[in-house]
Design a protein around this ligand. Structure first.
Ligand code: PLP
Length: 810
């Protein structure tokens, strides 16, 4: 069908007629999108079927990646890229007078995630398929993804993200693979021939219906599956057509409450929300996913469940799906008749867990009362796991009551999900070297002492197919012109670019691409905000979720300081800067929302002050998400990665920027440390406290924010401006920020790092003046970015944790 463009054109017109009953002249952009999407979807279906069959016949071990979030973004362009048909399609559509980008833009982002964690899961799926590995995703088909952000008068407003308004062309509803998930009720214990049996009664049943999305590998025939579950009521004619009014209303309530389960994604990033509905979502995902995996295991693999650990791995992405541990125990014991000991051996050899954060506010701890009421049988199993674990600990640490209660899975009337995940898994990994070290030496040191063999590091990565080849095709093409095509399948080969770091002709091409991308972004900024920015200014970008620890506030304080300097001396010689922000705040995170308002308030003053001669611009782009990231990142000169050291587990935004030739200004936090190790101190701007210094302050005190306020006039001016209506704002508008710093002693060390940050930005300014030196550093960054391809990360997961091998699909 895609062998040549003439065949493609004919097929396109036929599919358009079939899907929309329209001719090309009458078709809307959405019609065209549906047509192309339908064609690509049907194009992959043979390979999809073939992949499933080949895995089954090979008997190879498969991994199931359980995640509450998959932040996929759009799929049309990346699927065409992976299928190697982007050019034929582009040329065919050109002939028809249709612009391919306009079609691609029609697709609604699948925003089924909050930020880094969900995007990581999406990059992993792309790498698993591209490395021909047998692995699949398990998630929830939220009816509403992460809210759409609008800015009104500088404030964030949340709108529902109804991404299914148009049919989603990539999914296939699989009613035949539906399963039942049970909630509530009570458990009866019976003696059956001397054996204890457990019967769950009076429960509420939810019908879990899977929707499958194909995950297309790059230039191979692999098509894996992302299975997303939707909650539906179990409907009987009796409920529906009952003449008993009361029963009928009961039924309507039941129907409504069930549908709520897969209705929306919780908009909290790195923050625990102890709502019953959230726990319901978690168990719904885990139970539906596991039942369907075990059904297909029994259907296809004629092995006993005893051999489960040789055939499958269940990966737990953060603690959100940790209930898979007791759920697997329940199925093995209650439904398959295994003894506790056998079930526990199978479970703990099958599950693996990734920790994503050390922030205490992110720890999932469920109140026993809520847990027990919703999941009575699962609670009994967790209790038993806890009792046996604590018994073992007593033997290991006799009399050490405190240590044991710190390690326990259930304590203080709460179930600690991280403890459950660690005890129930054979592998526990962190997501960057520094993060894993902090887990081992500090946050989880007591578990590390019990299970040193479980702990390992897997530094995060990003798919270079989406974040370089697809988002920045001109750069990708210059890279290929220089070093050939091997880097596409072996991203580490990007290191070959080091030879070209000083090559004037290559430097010129890289600079020109950056300028083109900046011009394109400037156009987008103008269209979105009305703000005109200078494409020759430094594009200094911080895009990521809004969080106190990510310190957008430090960035704003620096902007205010620069502005104050320029007002004093409008002729100050600085390289013009455009500061670009993008960030969603959780709707209930007031402090974060105040920072959004502050950025917009400062932007308003700075952008409209004629005295500063346009040397500064501040732009806040609304509704930051995957597709907007794909426009912004290729145009960035400077990447702001300025979290308080020790707080950002890895970061992946940092890697996307580096791969697109931006230079990082950052703290020694998360994967910044490894970026720095790769490129060397000359090619990155490092500043601020180290994680060790930060952690020492937390343990021993010794930091007084107010003394910096008293001694540094720049800091005093900026903070006072928050409170004196300097920005034309209400005087109490930013009081929480002011008091957070001065009364609560600046938990994230914004003032402590301010001086060094300002100084380091002066180095950025000086370095940028020497464009040859700048582009050289930029090329060095691109050359070293191969390490941060998620292909490297997934290769490590496959060998070190999962024990899975590639399966060639013919
Ligand atoms: C990569 C990505 C993130 C993660 O960014 P960090 O800077 O690592 O926090 C968040 N949101 C989107 C849309 C992304 O693409």
């Amino acid at each position: 069908m895609f062998s040549d463009k003439e065949v493609f054109k004919k097929e396109f017109i036929e599919t358009l007629e079939y899907t929309s009953s329209k001719t090309l002249d009458e078709a809307s952009p959405i019609n065209l999108y549906n047509t192309l999407g339908t064609m690509i979807r049907s194009y992959v279906s043979k390979n999809w079927i073939n992949t499933i069959k080949t895995y089954q016949q090979s008997g190879e071990k498969q991994v199931y990646y359980f995640s509450m979030e998959f932040l996929l973004g759009r799929l049309l362009q990346s699927n065409m890229l992976n299928l190697n048909i982007l050019n034929i399609v582009k040329e065919g559509l050109d002939d028809l007078g249709v612009n391919i980008d306009a079609i691609v833009e029609q697709e609604h982002d699948a925003g089924l995630g909050n930020g880094g964690l969900g995007r990581l899961a999406a990059c992993f799926l792309d790498s698993i398929a591209s490395l021909q590995l047998p692995g699949h995703g398990c998630g929830i088909r939220y009816k509403y993804g992460l809210f759409e952000q609008k800015l009104v008068d500088g404030y964030q407003l949340e709108l529902p993200d109804y991404w299914l308004k148009e049919d989603y062309v990539w999914e296939v509803r699989r009613t035949d693979r539906s399963v039942h998930v049970r909630f509530g009720g009570h458990v009866e214990m019976n003696q059956d021939n001397g054996e204890l049996t457990f019967e769950h009664k009076n429960y509420e049943t939810v019908l879990a219906v899977p929707y499958d999305v194909p995950i297309v590998g790059f230039d191979n025939n692999t098509v894996n599956t992302l299975r997303l579950w939707s909650a539906e009521p179990v409907i009987t004619g009796y409920d529906m057509y009952t003449s008993d009014r009361e029963n009928y209303y009961k039924f309507l309530n039941y129907k409504r409450s069930i549908e709520t389960i897969s209705e929306f994604l919780y908009p909290d990033d790195s923050h625990f929300e102890g709502k019953k509905l959230r726990l319901k979502q978690q168990y719904f995902l885990v139970s539906a996913g596991l039942q369907s995996i075990l059904q297909s295991y029994k259907r296809k693999i004629k092995a006993s469940l005893r051999d489960l650990p040789e055939k499958i791995v269940l990966h737990i992405n953060d603690t959100h799906p940790a209930l898979i541990v007791p759920e697997l125990m329940r199925i093995l014991i209650d439904e398959e008749g295994f003894s506790w000991e056998d079930a526990w051996r199978i479970t703990t050899q099958t599950c693996a867990y990734t920790n994503h954060t050390t922030l205490v506010e992110a720890l999932e701890k469920w109140p026993i009362s809520l847990f027990k009421e919703l999941l009575p049988r699962i609670y009994m199993i967790v209790e038993e796991i806890n009792e046996r674990f604590c018994r073992d600990l007593w033997l290991k640490y006799p009399g050490e009551y405190n240590r044991i209660s710190e390690l326990a899975i259930i304590a203080d009337e709460q179930v600690r999900m991280a403890h459950l995940a660690i005890v129930g898994s054979f592998s526990v990994n962190g997501v960057a070297k520094l993060h894993t070290d902090i887990l081992k030496e500090r946050e989880m040191n007591n578990f590390y002492q019990v299970y040193p063999e479980k702990f390992n590091n897997k530094t995060n990565g990003i798919t270079h197919r989406r974040w370089l080849m697809s988002a920045n095709p001109k750069l990708a093409s210059h890279i290929t012109d220089a070093i050939g095509t091997r880097w596409i399948k072996q991203p580490r080969d990007l290191i070959g670019l080091l030879k070209y770091a000083n090559d004037s002709s290559f430097q010129e091409k890289v600079s020109q691409v950056k300028l083109d991308n900046k011009i394109a972004l400037a156009k987008y900024i103008k269209a979105q905000t009305g703000i005109v920015v200078d494409e020759h200014s430094i594009f200094d970008v911080q895009v990521k979720r809004l969080h106190a620890y990510k310190r957008q506030l430090l960035n704003v304080f620096h902007i205010m300081e620069l502005y104050n300097l320029l007002r004093e001396n409008p002729n100050l010689d600085i390289v013009p800067r455009t500061f670009i922000f993008g960030a969603k705040a959780a709707p209930s995170y007031f402090f974060a929302k105040e920072i959004i308002k502050l950025i917009n308030t400062v932007a308003n003053v700075v952008n409209n002050d004629p005295h500063i001669q346009g040397k500064l611009k501040v732009v806040f782009l609304e509704n930051y998400g995957v597709s907007i990231a794909e426009k912004i990142i290729p145009a960035a000169d400077v990447s702001e990665q300025i979290s308080t050291a020790s707080k950002e587990a890895s970061g992946t935004g940092n890697m996307k920027f580096m791969m697109n030739g931006a230079l990082t200004i950052g703290t020694l936090d998360g994967a910044n440390v490894e970026i720095c190790d790769m490129v060397g101190r000359d090619n990155i701007f490092i500043f601020g406290l180290t994680s060790e210094e930060v952690l020492n302050y937390y343990s021993h005190g010794g930091y007084v924010a107010r003394s910096i306020y008293n001694n540094d006039p720049r800091v005093r001016t900026v903070l006072d401006q928050l409170m004196d209506g300097f920005c034309g704002n209400d005087k109490v508008e930013f009081k929480d920020i002011y008091y957070h710093i001065l009364s609560n002693n600046d938990e994230y060390f914004v003032l402590k790092d301010f001086d060094n940050y300002v100084e380091t930005h002066q180095k950025v300014d000086l370095t940028y003046r020497d464009q040859k030196d700048w582009v050289k550093k930029s090329i060095v960054n691109i050359a070293h970015s191969g390490k941060f391809s998620s292909d490297r990360t997934i290769g490590e997961y496959a060998t070190d944790i999962w024990g899975i091998r590639p399966v060639i699909i013919k």
